[in-house]
Design a protein around this ligand. Structure first.
Ligand SMILES: *Cc1c(COP(=O)(O)O)cnc(C)c1O
Length: 370
């Protein structure tokens, strides 16, 4: 395949509906102290600083295309789903407000909190935004390790709200969990392009990208972006959600989305084997389940704050950064490599109270400072 310049990529995207309120390109900078400590060049791509508010994140890229489509289609309301502390829903509501679209979020009680007495973290931000919030609590099986019945109930609620809108002759758009709507899958091609251009002031190519992977809305774009730029980068996806039977998404979805992107842009598609070899999903750092804090995640949060003045969160970035550190320490990443860590956001969730942390982090933050 030919090598695509940023202008060539912009040309590919020129007819795709999009709104533009974020601060792109997001910054890329070197983590000097961590790089020095481990002998690997670690850079950070600040998707957490995407804007438009101070609580940005990786959903914003996708949302600019999703809302672009919604504006074009004159949509009256957008409905989405997630946990109480959904980052995606907050970022989506910001854009709804900017474009006069009514934001609705059906949020599931995925950590068995019941109805919260106080609104904190992302739920507070979502409330400030005026999102029409519906909380779904499942009382029947609080210890059910398979949370699918909760999400079935959430989806049923969404179907009812949508049917009601449509019966009133209004247009409502459904955006799946994590804002992983097909309209947004293209967006991480642009992010890879930004990284490839930004790394040029330090190196010829990026050797590794590490990112937190959940609903797989960003991973397909990285893989196709890499191919377009002719990069030899390896994309390592540290999962914060388990992939497997009965789960919402899996490796096959990633594969299908990559193929979809090649088709969408009429690009020559690599073989199935080649595509599959680009998908490197590592589930070893997510701990017991989605949202459950891990020991190494806590250590990574503390190390990032102490060495780099950087805030990570227990659900996504603490875990993905712990994956990166462990690859480096075990020598899986050769010394001198150029690694880009994607800060995917999640800062709003930090303010949900101590119960989101594990004991190690609580001991650290409540200790006497000397
Ligand atoms: C949603 C999210 C992710 C995962 O991104 P996907 O596109 O869903 O795979 C990672 N980090 C944070 C902070 C997120 O909010």
């Amino acid at each position: 395949m030919k090598k695509y310049s940023s202008e060539d990529i912009a040309e590919l995207f020129k007819d795709i509906p999009k709104v533009s309120k974020a601060f792109y390109p997001t910054p890329l900078h070197k983590l000097e102290n961590i790089s020095k400590k481990y002998g690997v060049n670690v850079f950070i791509k600040r998707e957490d600083m995407s804007g438009p508010s101070s609580f940005g994140g990786n959903k914003v890229r996708k949302i600019e295309y999703i809302v672009g489509e919604a504006v074009k289609e004159n949509v009256d309301a957008i409905i989405t789903m997630g946990g109480y502390q959904s980052n995606a829903s907050v970022q989506l509501s910001q854009y709804c407000n900017l474009y006069g679209i009514h934001p609705i979020a059906v949020l599931g009680d995925n950590h068995n909190e019941g109805i919260p007495k106080e609104r904190k973290g992302n739920l507070l931000l979502n409330s400030l935004l005026g999102t029409e919030i519906h909380l779904v609590v499942r009382k029947e099986s609080p210890d059910d390790p398979n949370l699918n019945p909760l999400w079935e109930e959430v989806k049923e609620k969404i179907r009812k709200i949508m049917a009601d809108y449509e019966a009133r002759g209004k247009k409502i758009m459904y955006v799946p969990v994590g804002c992983t709507h097909p309209a947004g899958w293209v967006s991480y091609i642009r992010c890879f392009d930004e990284i490839y251009e930004q790394i040029k002031s330090y190196a010829n190519d990026v050797d590794y990208i590490f990112h937190a992977n959940g609903s797989a809305g960003s991973l397909p774009g990285f893989v196709v972006g890499k191919a377009l730029k002719g990069s030899n980068c390896k994309v390592i996806s540290i999962n914060n959600r388990r992939y497997g039977p009965g789960e919402q998404v899996g490796v096959n979805d990633v594969y299908e989305r990559i193929k979809y992107l090649y088709d969408k842009f009429n690009l020559e598609c690599p073989s199935d084997e080649e595509i599959r070899s680009e998908i490197n999903i590592d589930q070893n750092y997510l701990g017991e389940k989605y949202g459950a804090p891990t020991e190494v995640g806590a250590e990574a949060m503390i190390e990032a704050a102490k060495l780099e003045g950087l805030f990570l969160d227990p659900v996504y970035t603490g875990k993905s950064f712990s994956g990166l550190l462990s690859y480096i320490k075990s020598g899986k990443i050769p010394k001198g490599s150029n690694v880009v860590y994607i800060h995917t956001g999640g800062t709003g969730g930090l303010f949900n109270g101590y119960h989101v942390f594990n004991q190690k982090t609580i001991d650290f933050i409540t200790r006497e400072h000397k």
